[in-house]
Ligand binder design. Structure first.
Ligand code: NDP
Ligand code: 2IT
Length: 444
C-alpha cells in the first residue's frame, strides 16, 4: 500500500465519527501524492505524514455560564493546537451549535497549510464551542466569553497560541475574551487578533478575509485572461466574510446579486444593497427577511438556493459543504467561470472535481480566504512593535500577500504537471514549507 493510502486509512480508523476531518485530510493527501512519492523513504522513516495529521495537543473543557433567568448552562469547548513548526498556533474560535471535535480538527488541519501559504510565521490551530450566540443578550454572551476564557487562558499567549474570530465570534466576543484574559493573567499582550481599534486591533482586519478573497479572485481571473469588472457574482453567507467580499466586489466593478443566512437567501437583481445588509447583520443582528421589507428589487427564498442564480463567479462564504455536486452542475450549466472559497471547505470533494473537470477555475479556501489570518499576523506584528499602521499600509500588504499566494500556488501546480489545478498547487506549496521545517526540527 502506498504511504498516502496507509496514512489515510489510519486517520480514518483512529479518528472515528469525524467525517469533516477525514474529508480535509483526504483532500490534502490525495493532491500531495507526487510530492510524497518523491520523498517517500525519508518521509516514511520520519513518520512525517503521521505527525502532520496528528494534533500536537487537543484541549477539551466545559464552559458553565448563567443566563438572564439565573439558569446555569454547560457547553463543550475545544482548542486544537495542531502544528507549531513554522510559528505559534494561530486560528479562529468558532461559536456555533454544530461545533464538535471533528469540525475543529478539520479547521485546524486546514489552517496549517493556509498559514504556511501566507508566508508569515504562524502555525496552525483552531478552537470553538457548541455555544450559540444567536438570540442571547449581551450580558449572556459576556458571561459565556468570560467563562470560556477563564479556562482557555491557561493554554494561550502572544508567543504560544493566538486565537481570533470565526463563525459566531466577532468583535464583541473578542473584546469580552480579551478583557477576561488581561484580568486573569495581568498581561497586556496580543493574545487575540481581531481586537477593537482602541485596544490593539489592526485596521483592515474586519474587512481582510472578504477583501483578500476578491484580490485573489481578480488575480486568478486575470491570469486566465478574464476581467472581473462587469461580472455577476453569487455570494453565500451574510456574515463577516460575505459582507466584505460584497464590498470589494463593488469596488472592483463587479455586481454581487445574492447573499444568504442559515434560514434563507436573497436574490437582488439591482445588486445587493451593502449599507442595508450591514445595518441588518452588523448593527441589528436580524434575519435576512428584514432585507426584502425595504428593498423592492429583492426576492427572499426559504432554505438553500444561491447556486441556482445565473452568475459568472461564485463565492461560497458561509460554511463547510454548502456547495455540493448538484450545485456544481447547476453552476456549470449556467456558465459560471470561477469559484473561490471564502469559507473553509464549503465545496464537497465531488463538487470540486466536477467544477475542475468542466473548466471552472477553482481557488480553494486555504488560499482564497487566507487574507483574514494574514492580516491577523500583521496585527501580531503591530502589537509586538507597539505601533499601528495606516489602513492603506495594511491593505497594501494584504493585497501583495494575496497576489503572492496566487503566484505560488500557480507555480506549484505547474511544477508538478497539474497546471490550473489550484487545489493541488495550494496543498503542495503550503505543505512543503511546513514539511521542511518539521524535518529540520527533528522528532518533535
Ligand atoms: P459569520 O458568523 O460572520 O457568518 C456566517 C454566515 O454564514 C452567517 O450569515 C450564517 O447565517 C451563514 N450560515 C449559513 N449556514 C450556516 C451554518 N450551517 N453554519 C454556520 N453559518 C451558516 O462567520 P464568518 O463570515 O466569519 O465565517 C464564514 C466562513 O468563513 C466560515 O467557514 C469561516 O470558517 C470562514 N473564514 C472566516 C474568516 C474570518 O476572518 N472571519 C477567515 C477565513 C475563513 P446565520 O447568521 O443565520 O447563522
Ligand atoms: O479560518 C480562518 O482563517 C479564520 N477564522 C481566521 C483566523 C485568524 O487567526 O485570524
Amino acid at each position: 500500500m502506498s504511504y498516502v493510502d496507509e496514512v489515510l486509512q489510519n486517520v480514518i480508523e483512529k479518528n472515528p465519527a469525524q467525517p469533516e476531518f477525514h474529508q480535509a485530510v483526504k483532500e490534502v493527501l490525495e493532491s500531495l501524492r507526487p510530492v510524497i512519492e518523491e520523498h517517500e523513504e525519508e518521509y516514511r522513516k520520519n513518520a512525517l505524514l503521521e505527525r502532520i495529521t496528528t494534533p500536537e495537543r487537543q484541549i477539551l473543557f466545559r464552559v458553565p455560564w448563567v443566563d438572564d433567568n439565573g439558569q446555569v448552562h454547560v457547553n463543550n469547548a475545544y482548542r486544537v493546537q495542531f502544528n507549531s513548526a513554522i510559528g505559534p498556533y494561530k486560528g479562529g474560535l468558532r461559536l456555533h451549535p454544530s461545533v464538535n471535535l471533528g469540525i475543529i480538527k478539520f479547521l485546524g488541519f486546514e489552517q496549517i497549510f493556509k498559514n504556511s501559504l501566507t508566508s508569515l510565521p504562524i502555525g496552525g490551530g483552531k478552537g470553538g464551542c457548541d455555544f450559540d450566540p444567536k438570540g442571547k443578550s449581551d450580558r449572556e454572551v459576556m458571561a459565556f466569553c468570560q467563562s470560556f476564557m477563564t479556562e482557555l487562558c491557561k493554554y494561550i499567549g502572544a508567543d504560544t497560541d493566538v486565537p481570533a474570530g470565526d463563525i459566531g465570534t466577532g468583535a464583541r466576543e473578542i473584546g469580552y475574551m480579551f478583557g477576561q484574559y488581561k484580568r486573569i493573567k495581568g498581561v497586556y499582550e496580543g493574545v487575540l487578533t481581531g481586537k477593537g481599534l482602541t485596544f490593539g486591533g489592526s485596521l483592515v482586519r474586519t474587512e481582510a478575509t472578504g477583501y483578500g478573497l476578491l484580490y485573489i479572485t481578480e488575480e486568478m481571473l486575470k491570469a486566465n485572461g478574464i476581467d472581473i469588472s462587469g461580472k455577476t457574482i453569487a455570494v453565500s453567507g451574510a456574515g463577516n466574510v460575505a459582507i466584505y467580499a460584497i464590498e470589494k466586489a463593488y469596488q472592483l466593478g463587479a455586481k454581487p446579486v445574492t447573499c444568504s443566512d442559515s434560514t434563507g437567501w436573497i436574490y437582488d437583481s439591482e445588486g445587493i444593497d451593502l449599507a442595508l445588509l450591514k445595518e441588518i447583520k452588523e448593527v441589528k443582528r436580524q434575519r435576512l427577511t428584514e432585507y426584502v421589507k425595504v428593498r423592492p428589487s429583492a426576492q427572499y427564498h426559504e432554505g438553500k438556493g444561491v447556486w441556482t442564480v445565473k452568475c459568472d463567479v461564485a463565492l461560497p462564504c458561509a460554511t463547510q459543504n454548502e456547495l455540493d455536486l448538484k450545485d456544481a452542475e447547476t453552476l456549470v450549466k449556467n456558465g459560471c467561470v470561477a469559484v473561490a472559497e471564502g469559507a473553509n471547505m464549503p465545496t464537497t470533494i465531488e463538487a470540486t472535481e466536477y467544477l475542475q473537470q468542466n473548466g471552472v477555475l477553482f481557488c480553494p479556501g486555504k488560499a482564497a480566504n487566507a487574507g483574514g489570518v494574514a492580516t491577523s499576523a500583521l496585527e501580531m506584528t503591530q502589537n509586538s512593535e507597539r505601533l499601528s499602521w495606516s489602513f492603506e499600509e495594511v491593505d497594501g500588504k494584504l493585497k501583495e500577500i494575496m497576489i503572492n499566494i496566487f503566484k505560488n500556488i500557480d507555480a506549484a501546480s505547474k511544477k508538478y504537471g497539474m497546471e490550473k489545478n489550484y487545489v493541488a498547487g495550494a496543498n503542495i506549496a503550503g505543505f512543503l514549507k511546513v514539511a521542511e521545517a518539521m524535518m529540520a526540527q527533528g522528532v518533535c
